[in-house]
Each structure stands twice: as C-alpha cells, then as structure tokens.
Design a protein around this ligand. Sequence first.
Ligand SMILES: [Mn+2]
Length: 415
Amino acid sequence: MISFSFAHLADLHLDTPFSGLASLNEVLAARLKDASLAAWDRAVQACLDHAVDFVVISGDVYDSDTASVRAQLRFRRGLERLSDAGIPALIVHGNHDPNGGRYSAIDRWPALVTIFGTREVEHVEIRRGDDLLAVVSGISFPERHVQDNLARRYHRTAHPAYHVGVLHTNVDGDAAHGVYAPCSLQDLVDSRYDYWALGHIHARRVLRTHAPAVVYPGNIQARHPNETGPKGFAVVQVQEGVEQLHWIDTDTWRFTTVTCDVADLSALAEVEEALAAQAAALGGDRPLILRGRVTGRGALHQDLQRPGAAASLLEALRDAASPDLWWDDVQVSTRPAFDRQTRLEGEDFIADLLRQADRLDAHALVQNLTTELRRHSQLSSVEALLGLDAAMLDAPDLLREAEDLALALLEGASA
Ligand SMILES: [Mn+2]
C-alpha cells in the first residue's frame, strides 16, 4: 500500500463578522477583519509546505450564503495556489453556505478543484501517477436546514482503495450545535469508510481513531469568545492504511478566559494583578482576546459590587495590556464572605439548611434523580439532550453547588 497524506479543513467561515464580543470597537474590528482570511492563507501555505497529496474541506467555507466577494476571491486564490502545485481540493458546502451560497462571484474554479453537488454522493479518485491513492466522496447541503441523514447515502465504491467521506454533520445530536444532517457514530462505522472528514463542530474532536477515523478538525480561526484554544486543521498521514494526525495552528487571534478567585484577596489591585499575570503567561505566541472571570467568596465582594467597579477594572487591565492582548470583558460573579462553620452552629434557617445538606447522601440523590428522569419518556430525552451520564457526575460537587445556589437565593431574598 502506498503512503500518502492529506489535509482536512472545515468551517473556514471566511470573512466572519465575529459575533458575541462585548467590546467590538473600531480598533479591534479593524484588527480582526482579516483574521479568518489570514488563517486560510496560512492553511494553504502549510498544505504546500507539507506537500500533501490532496485537501478536503468539510463545509461552511463562507460565513453566510450571501458570501462576500472578498471571501470568495480569497478562497479561489488559495485553491489556485494548491491547484498550481498539483494538489487537488475537494469541497462540500454546509449549513452556513448551502449550495455554495445564493450569490457566486465565481464562474470558474481552478482545474483540480471539486465542489461536490447537492443531489447525490459523488466519488472522486485521487491518483499519483498510475497509483490510486484514495477515493474521496462528498455531498453538499442544498439548503440550510438539512434534516436527512446524509451519512447513510455514502457507499464504498468497488475500488479496494482508502475511502474518505467528506461530510458536514452533527454526530449523535451534539446539543451545543445546530442539528443539521444528523447521523450517529454507528452510521459512520457501518459505512466501512476509512476516514470521515467531518465539519460543523467548531472544536477539535477525534470521535474515533481508526477503522474508521472520525474527525472534526474545528475551525481555522475562532470567531466567538466561547471558541477557546488553538484553531487550525489536521494533516493526516496514511501509512499501510493507518492514520497519524498532526495539528497545524492557523489562527491569528485566540480567545481565552482567565479566572481569579477572590477568596484570599484583600484589595482590588490584587485582582488586577492576578488576571494580568495569567494573561501575560498565556500571551507571546499570538494575539489574545481575553475574558476575565472574578469568582469566589470573599471580603472583596462589596468592593466589586460598587457601581462601575467591574467596568473600571476592565479599563485598568486594558491600560496595562500589551497591544497583542485585548480584554473583551470582565465578568464578576463573586459572593459575600461566608464562614460556613460559624453559620452551621447558629440557630437560624440557614443553619438548618446547612445541617440538612450535611445529612444528605449526594450519590444516592444523583442516582434517584437520574432514575426518575429515565422513568418518564419525555424526560429521558432531556437526559440525552443534556448529555447527562450519571457515572460522570461529581455528586458531592453538585450538592455543594446546590447549597451555594440556595444560599445565594436566600441572600438575594433578604437583600
Ligand atoms: Mn461552521
């Protein structure tokens, strides 16, 4: 069997407008404007540097189906560079850019580009000289809301070659993402394909390592504060039919959240220092967009509740930050200092509540809750939706959280 390699990209969202930022001012907007396009340029360069045999792109090339001319031309420019180097690119469209978009500024694609159609799964043979390296199959979304299980339409060809399925899909109903073209991991296993090049989930996820490998590479540039961590794509090396994945980072700006617990702090300056120190430790590699979270119980709660305190803390962080760190927001969710042991010895309602909590068996409680959920047909789907797995729950932790919530509600009611 011949060794070869390919690049697996997804969710380029070219020319994305960056939603969800608390503070998208003109300076930041200007700096972010090129981030997704630069990530694409970087991905193309990396594909050329690694001399991959082919490139697959698993949907959401554009951010919307009214794709900007700029995004389309930049996309084609990258494909031209690949095509000129003899590297085929095979592309499906997803829910953000169904059918390639309602408006196309491009009437002709470079020679080695395949844009999969929307009617049926098509198969493309990838050759090196006379040798057949792989068969790549794909189908594009004809419209945004695809409810069909497209995975079941993929059938291996008669070739004994390595088979790659390119598909935009939500596997096993990930509730954090739109349920488009839903399928199950079992559907993908049953297909007997060798590699499933998936798109749609914006996080790096290897759902299965081999036979078949099932991979979400995530997007090439984060576009929302919730999309934290490194972003890029996978180079897949195939040797004797066995895959090895290398991750290539392509993002310009990275989103991250830093947290400061006020428990042992006595001045707001310490909060600023703690957040700034964490940010400085993370920076250096590439520009960061940061969210600060100030949590915990402590004496500083009162100071942080003063009107304008959080906003002023945010400004102070920005004043001191290097140009490659942008503080997007500081979120304060602190609580008043609370001496549990002293309150437990009291005679009031809160003392009763704490004693009651100490008597509970957290594990039995969670067990009862999940058993109860499963008994009701409607509720059992809630369990699946939430991804609840009783074995995975930290019961004592849940109980502490519940106690904290009860105390917060009581504090709120008495304020
Ligand atoms: Mn997407």
